[in-house]
Design a protein around this ligand. Sequence first.
Ligand code: NZQ
Ligand code: ZN
Length: 384
Amino acid sequence: MNNFEYQNPVRIVFGKGQIAKIKDYIPSNAKVLITCGGGSIKQNGVYEQVITALSGFDYKEFWGIEPNPRYETLMKAVEVVRNENITFILAVGGGSVVDGTKFIANAALAPKGQEWNILKGKYIPLTAVPLATVLTLPATGSEMNAGAVISRNETVEKLAFHSPFSYPKFSVLDPETTFSLSARQRANGVVDAFVHVTEQYLTFPQNAPIQDRFAEGILLTLIENGKKYCTENEYDTAANIMWASTLALNGLISVGLVTDWATHVIGHELTVLQGLDHGQTLAVVLPSLLKVQKEQKAEKLLRFAKNVWHICEGTDSEKINLAITKTEEFFRELGIKTKLTEYEIPQTISHEISERLKVRGWKLLGDRKDITPEKVEEILNFCF
Ligand code: NZQ
Ligand code: ZN
């Protein structure tokens, strides 16, 4: 295990009726900007709960943060924060609203003209407007991490940034907010959380049994609850999925470890070029990546086969193949497609993405830094 420091400052306020508590954790003299998506929170009663809790506060609203939040939209909110002297931002929605808000909070206090450089890694934020979240879609873990992923139309890019100032002050996780989610968004969320775990767990043995067992616990919870969560509104099922999704990407399961993240890098390219949902891209890429990397990942794949899929029979190679098949079947049972052909994506995409990574200088991906652009093309060819 490598040396590490771990500090996660996010207060989690979990459970039914907990949105009312936001008033206890936002400074009473704050000038608040509430950031929102396209309107789902108006239909499911979340907006009303937030507004009731904020009665007496000085607040404004910013609507229209879209899925895969766009720099162009977020810069409008940056202007609002600057012009209205906003001192606290409350994100109410899914990962896109939360990520968009992290960008707004950092960009608003950056020098003018440096905003996109935050995503390019050319400007490191020195401070940000404090933010908090009311999460309505379990998936990204953004509610308890310091990452955000932002897209830009003009440059056809989807890039991530991390800043210590992006940690929410608090996040409210009320499982009942998920009851209005479509089956598609539920499946996307379960797959996203599942793949967050595999990016950190399916690498090579690093003698880290605590991290491995936490990871397996999250995967088993997602498998045991995933299908029911996608088809029914049952409180405990939603609660377990919500907490599993948060724990999947709050940094705890990867302390001291080398991680992978190649599935996500390839997935982001599919979203920006072809418009697939984030979860859809991961369901397509992960099984193919595991097939191509099965020798390099053999030891962890065998552990995954035994501890997660309870596969005990057959040769090592048969066990690994079956674990990959069961993973893909699990995704399909949730109702998500796992082949690019099913999304009518042209086969030329494999070469296009490989070339884009070369141009950007992203030549070696994966936990062993052995996924070259040529291998990315091979992985994508397996997705058809
Ligand atoms: O915009 P509204 O009207 O709110 O509708 C949203 C949106 O259309 C809807 N929705 C959200 N909560 C709902 C609901 N509909 C009904 N009832 C509810 N309770 O769902 C749609 C999708 O929302 P979105 O926020 O885009 O989904 P998700 O949470 O999956 O976020 C995806 C984004 O997060 C990024 C992805 O790349 C993508 O841009 N990620 C962020 C990460 C992070 N910050 O750590 C890590 C992830 O790997 C991921 O990359
Ligand atoms: Zn993800």
